[in-house]
Write a protein that binds this ligand. Structure first.
Ligand code: GRG
Length: 297
């Protein structure tokens, strides 16, 4: 293990990659430079200091790169890849940046779809600059992410992350379902959650492995790890929507149920309390019905 980490660092994954995370933050800001003033201020909005979000995805990816590259140095674990080089690490950092860029683009569009007014503790871009600019800024970020992705010159990695964009759209579309059977099905929920959240994390973990020259088997393990982590992350996000506060979430709580989206906490409660089915069927336009559903949680 090449890091001379203290006990504190070993227990705090963020500190292991803290320096690299600030490099990623700076690069993200430079990736959105444009001479179109409106687009520049819109695109910079969520990459400015102090409004960076949790940076969960870049953190996971940089840690994944650390783990993968160490295995390249360890003869008994070594795949067909080359020795660890600075260039490899820089290419893996690009994946962290591209992933965050795609993520932020999806947040911008998501807030338009949900008519959300807050994000990351500040006004959502659509709230501050309007829906039109928020949609265009999302498109712009996506385009810059594509250019950065192509510059890696690895067609397998390009197609993995390009497919993720379709998955994000698919997950979001699945969430718009109005059929009772789909809205109340745990299987449907898990499929939607894979597309909406886990696909980006799992495929970018796989991309880190592929860039590191790992075997197809190791790349698949990285994918599985990212998939389970992504599913768990969304499950927690869904729980926090019920238990968090505006201050802790950086946005209003109870947003899913108010939008009529039936997430895991409600689905689990429905299994335990059949009476809840009736409440769900009535819909959540009436705030009194939201309160009634909360009683079962
Ligand atoms: C334009 C790429 C693109 C997609 C369009 C709108 C849409 C389709 C997809 C939305 C997908 C979405 C918002 C999924 C939710 C994922 C999620 C858990 C978001 C919250 O992530 P955090 O908590 O946020 O990591 P921060 O702000 O910390 O980065």
């Amino acid at each position: 293990y090449s890091y001379s980490s203290t006990h504190k660092e070993q227990n705090d994954p963020f500190s292991l990659v803290a320096d690299e995370l600030s490099i990623v933050a700076n690069r993200l800001r430079s990736m959105v430079v444009t001479e179109v003033p409106k687009l520049a201020s819109a695109a910079e909005y969520f990459f400015k200091m102090g409004v960076e979000g949790k940076r969960f995805r870049p953190t996971v990816l940089l840690l994944m790169a650390t783990a993968m590259n160490i295995s390249l140095l360890e003869p008994s674990l070594r795949g067909p890849g080359d020795a660890l080089t600075k260039e490899l690490r820089a290419r893996q950092q690009r994946i962290a940046e591209i992933t965050e860029m795609i993520h932020v683009a999806s947040l911008l569009h998501d807030d338009v779809l949900d008519d959300a007014d807050t994000r990351r503790g500040i006004g959502s871009l659509n709230f501050v600059m309007g829906n039109k600019l928020a949609v265009l800024a999302g498109d712009f970020l996506l385009s810059r992410a594509c250019v950065a992705l192509a510059s890696l010159k690895n067609t397998e990695v390009v197609s993995l992350l390009a497919k993720v964009v379709e998955h994000l759209v698919t997950g979001e579309t699945m969430q718009m379902t109005t059929t009772r059977e789909q809205r109340c099905s745990m299987e449907y929920y898990m499929q939607k959650t894979y597309y909406k959240t886990a696909s980006l994390i799992s495929n970018s973990c796989k991309a880190i492995a592929l860039l590191g020259g790992q075997t197809a088997e190791v790349a698949m393990l990285a994918y599985e790890y990212g998939k389970n982590l992504g599913l768990a992350y969304q499950l927690m996000d869904d729980v926090l929507d019920f238990t968090g506060t505006s201050a802790s979430l950086g946005k209003g709580s109870l947003s899913d149920i108010r939008h009529g989206i039936i997430t895991a906490p409600i689905l689990f409660a429905m299994e335990e309390f059949p009476q809840l089915h009736e409440v769900v069927d009535r819909g959540f336009e009436d705030p009194a019905n939201v309160d009634l559903a909360l009683d079962y949680l």
